[in-house]
Design a protein around this ligand. Structure first.
Ligand code: ZN
Ligand code: ZN
Length: 254
């Protein structure tokens, strides 16, 4: 399975046909195409995409997938407001099989300084937003420990992808403690929203999965593939799912 995939509709490398064909080749049984759709995220290439654009995109996917040996869900990845409420129209909401809400940005009023990655006020706001999102609308909470919103702290060209992953891990270790994970778990249990095991970054930390599994909550497994080498790269997620007998979204079994 792979419930987090991007195509050329947003910032993915391949078109939906390549994604579907390659998914079959890689023996995936069920996938979700979840392009970015967030009119409030100015950084997005497709920030101006409309309901009609999405409708057409989904129709093309469904037509192409109809006679293929794979389940293809149509959805979006979007950020919420600070309270965890979706900011897409009801029409968009009803069109989607699945909605991933990811904390791509936070509403932070304080000052953000370059290369100061450990501002405790910033990360307190982040945690509060993620807690709100856990209780809020949408089906999955996307990569809450990976791809943290540090863009405004970065100096262009100064860090590599790998270095940014290390920074995110250090932030998680410093601020995302057991009490926070406990709170997150109980909110996810109440809302029934799934927590994403993120193939691209191998997040969250293993002890987080272990603790959340005890709650128990539902998990989702997604690669977040933008480039096709990552499509279906969820071996680590499967390993975690087996090791901790995770409950998976849509009642899927491995
Ligand atoms: Zn994302
Ligand atoms: Zn994504």
């Amino acid at each position: 399975m792979d419930y987090h995939i991007h195509t050329q509709f947003s910032d993915g490398e391949a078109d939906y046909k390549e994604v579907i064909d390659l998914s079959i080749e890689r023996q995936l049984k069920s996938i979700a195409i979840t392009d970015h759709f967030d009119p409030f995220d100015k950084a997005l290439r497709n920030k101006d995409a409309s309901y009609e654009d999405l409708y057409e995109h989904f129709n093309r996917i469904k037509a192409y997938a109809a006679h293929k040996e794979i389940e293809v869900l149509c959805g979006i990845e979007t950020c919420t407001d600070f309270k965890g409420n979706l900011r897409v129209s009801d029409k968009v909401f009803n069109l989607c099989d699945v909605i991933i809400t990811s904390p791509h940005y936070i509403e932070f009023k304080g000052e953000i300084e370059k290369e100061q990655y450990f501002n405790p006020f910033y990360w307190e706001s982040y945690k509060q937003k993620v807690l709100n999102m856990a209780e809020g609308e949408g089906h999955m909470l996307g990569h809450p420990e990976g791809y943290l919103p540090i863009k405004e702290m970065l100096l262009p060209g100064r860090t590599t992808y790998e270095e940014r992953k290390v920074i995110c891990r250090q932030i998680a270790d410093r601020f995302f403690d057991e009490a926070y994970i406990k709170d997150l778990g109980s909110r996810l249990r109440k809302s029934g929203k799934a927590y994403e095991i993120h193939g691209a970054t191998h997040t969250p930390r293993e002890w987080v999965i272990k603790n959340l599994a005890l709650e128990p909550i539902i998990f989702s497994i997604g690669s977040d593939a933008h480039a096709m080498n990552l499509l279906g790269a969820n071996e680590w997620g499967y390993e975690m799912a087996r090791k901790y007998s995770l409950k998976l979204i849509f009642d899927k079994q491995l």
